[in-house]
Design a protein around this ligand. Structure first.
Ligand code: ADP
Ligand code: MG
Length: 586
């Protein structure tokens, strides 16, 4: 058993016992604050782990509390249990409704956060105004304790139950964050576009995590109301929402247990202060918060972690090299001469009145390295962005193998076997090299449920393994990607593109920032990949020596259009190509 499992077990058993032994007042407070702590931990999963700031977390928590109270008051003996289910359902539904359209439409994170804030404002009004259901300003009081059968729990039993559920929720959240699914959420936070291009349906991931944290908050709200016996509009409003955000911040929002502990500590402190100095307690807690934000900006958990003896990274990824014969991705590579790996016709992409890609047609054959060159601003990156589903097109059609993928989102391209490397190195900077590679390996094949069961081990394609070995990166699998040099990040991202064994590779300036030796090694690897494994590679490059060494065919773009396509020699000899480059130089 790991130390972590022992700690979790001890908390699950020990804290309910502590609540039993602490008497009505302190035990009741412990139960109350732990539920709030669990709700803050749920916020931390959405905000800290997944990057979705929710300024209306109180809405789902409070709505769950109202649902729990209403069922407890109106449904009789079975009402309290039904209220827990209703709380989760109401919280989950509200969160889903808030998130669904904004995430689908790609609303900027700050705009979404403001929308959740407005949501909290509205919810408080509804709670105040909808008197027949919510009891209006006074709220709902005398909510009965949890009933099992016909009898209510004793106060002590109620406390122990509440504490157990809250601790279990915190443990579950913390476990979830440590699974591959948690890492996929963190990758989405770090670099949403990259994560989508790995094959993850980031919109569903984000909507899912938001709805689930909403459902959990609603459930905890219902637990909370059984414990304290009443609910009022303050529980759904902006003051409560702000409190959750502050507690998450104090405890380190990127962790799960930190925010929960900070919530409990803050509330114990605030209630002691309120007992002793009723007039000043709000001012006092405000000062504590300002001080904490000034002097511990990263939050309590990360501060404590810095003082602990260095431990092994929490997630060590076991990386392996797949067998040469192991099948790659379901391929875009139809066999036979004249087959096409990627075919694009008449692609157009405009930004406002400016046409960045102007009717480009391009064919990529299995087993060829196809270089895409042209002056800066020619539209090369934009073309790759359109083909890989990152930027919407204004015209044209394209297919991978036989599959029409015109206008398909990035994750579908990845799942169809087309991998992408961006011009600027794009990886999850807060995750390790190993985690990045494992996520890249799973992206095209794993649905979210598989990410819950997948252990932290991955076998990457032989080509990805070669890239890692060339750059001595296998020994650095536990290094956080954000700590790597520019060239190393380029190589990790190249290995990520190769990891699942794609049939089509779209590489945007893969060797920028690499040493000569690294560039040469990458060139050799790409030729070998194309010629031996029949992978189709489209690579944007500037380095003429590199192009001469690797290209089977070259396409030159200028001003958004294709100038010429041919063998390197044909392109070299073409006067129009010279004119473009000379024209740029003069
Ligand atoms: P290349 O990769 O060939 O250097 P790009 O495809 O990056 O060129 O850019 C082509 C043109 O489109 C440039 O003039 C660039 O400024 C413009 N462009 C690229 N992306 C955007 C965008 N998101 N909005 C507006 N203009 C853009
Ligand atoms: Mg570019």
């Amino acid at each position: 058993m790991t130390a972590r499992a022992i700690r979790r077990g001890a908390a699950l058993v020990g804290l309910p016992i502590l609540a039993l032994l602490s008497g009505d007042y302190y035990g009741g407070q412990l139960a109350q604050f732990l539920v709030l702590g669990a709700a803050t931990a749920a916020l931390a999963l959405a905000w800290g782990t997944s990057g979705i700031l929710n300024l209306g977390h109180s809405v789902t928590f409070g709505a769950g509390a109202y649902a729990g109270a209403w069922f407890g008051l109106h449904v009789g003996a079975a009402g309290s249990l039904a209220g827990l289910v209703a709380g989760a359902a109401v919280g989950g539904l509200l969160a889903f409704l808030v998130a669904w359209l904004p995430f689908r439409r790609g609303l900027p994170p700050m705009t979404f956060a403001l929308a959740t804030f407005v949501f909290a404002l509205g919810a408080e009004q509804v709670a105040n105004g909808w008197t027949s259901v919510t009891g209006g300003f006074n709220g709902l009081t005398d909510v009965p304790r949890l009933h099992l059968g016909a009898a209510a729990l004793s106060p002590a039993g109620q406390r122990a139950f509440t504490v157990f559920v809250a601790v279990a929720a915190i443990v579950a959240l913390s476990h979830l964050a440590s699974l591959p699914l948690g890492a996929a959420l963190a990758a989405t936070r770090d670099h949403q576009r990259r994560t989508a291009s790995l094959g993850y349906h980031v919109v569903n991931l984000k909507t899912g995590v938001f709805a689930c944290t909403g459902a959990l908050a609603g459930f905890l709200g219902a637990i909370f109301v059984l414990q304290v016996g009443f609910v009022s509009p303050g529980l759904v409003g902006v003051a409560m929402a702000t409190s959750f955000v502050v507690w998450a911040l104090l405890g380190s929002k990127g962790t799960i247990v930190g925010p929960a502990v900070a919530t409990i500590g803050y509330n114990i402190g605030a209630s002691e202060l309120a007992d002793r100095a009723l007039d000043y307690w709000l001012l006092g807690t405000g000062l504590v918060v300002v001080g904490a934000v000034l002097f511990l900006p990263e939050g309590l958990a990360l501060w404590v972690r810095r003082w602990l003896p260095t431990r092994r990274p929490p997630r060590q990824v076991r990386l392996g090299r797949a067998d040469e014969r192991e099948a790659g991705l379901p391929g875009a590579n139809p066999a036979g001469d004249g087959a096409v790996a990627l075919d694009a016709a008449g692609v157009v992409c405009r930004f406002g009145a400016f046409t960045a890609v102007d009717g480009v047609s391009l064919t990529l054959r299995p087993g060829e390295v196809h270089c895409l060159i042209g002056p800066n601003g020619a539209g090369k990156s934009t073309l790759l962005n359109v083909l890989s589903g990152v930027t919407p097109a204004n015209g044209g059609r394209w297919r991978v193998g036989k599959r029409d993928l015109t206008g398909a989102p990035a994750w579908e391209l990845a799942r169809a076997g087309a991998a992408r490397k961006f011009q600027t190195p794009s990886l999850a900077t807060s995750l390790t090299v190993g985690e990045n590679l494992a996520l890249a390996r799973w992206g095209p094949t794993h649905r979210w449920l598989a990410l819950l069961r997948q252990p932290w081990s991955a076998t990457v394609s032989p080509a990805a393994w070669t890239v890692l070995a060339t750059a001595d990166l296998i020994g650095q699998r536990d290094t956080v990607a954000g700590d790597l040099s520019h060239g190393q990040r380029q190589l990790v991202e190249l290995a990520m593109a190769l990891a699942p064994g794609p049939a089509v590779l779209l590489l945007d300036e893969p060797t920028a920032g690499m040493t000569r030796a690294e560039t040469a090694a990458v060139g050799e690897l790409l030729t070998e990949l194309a010629h031996r494994q029949r992978i189709a590679i489209l690579v944007v490059e500037h380095d003429t020596a590199f192009i001469r060494g690797v290209a089977d065919r070259v396409t030159v773009m200028a001003g958004g259009a294709v100038l010429v396509t041919g063998t390197p020699a044909e392109v070299d000899a073409d006067p129009r190509v010279r004119a473009v480059y000379v024209g740029r130089a003069s």
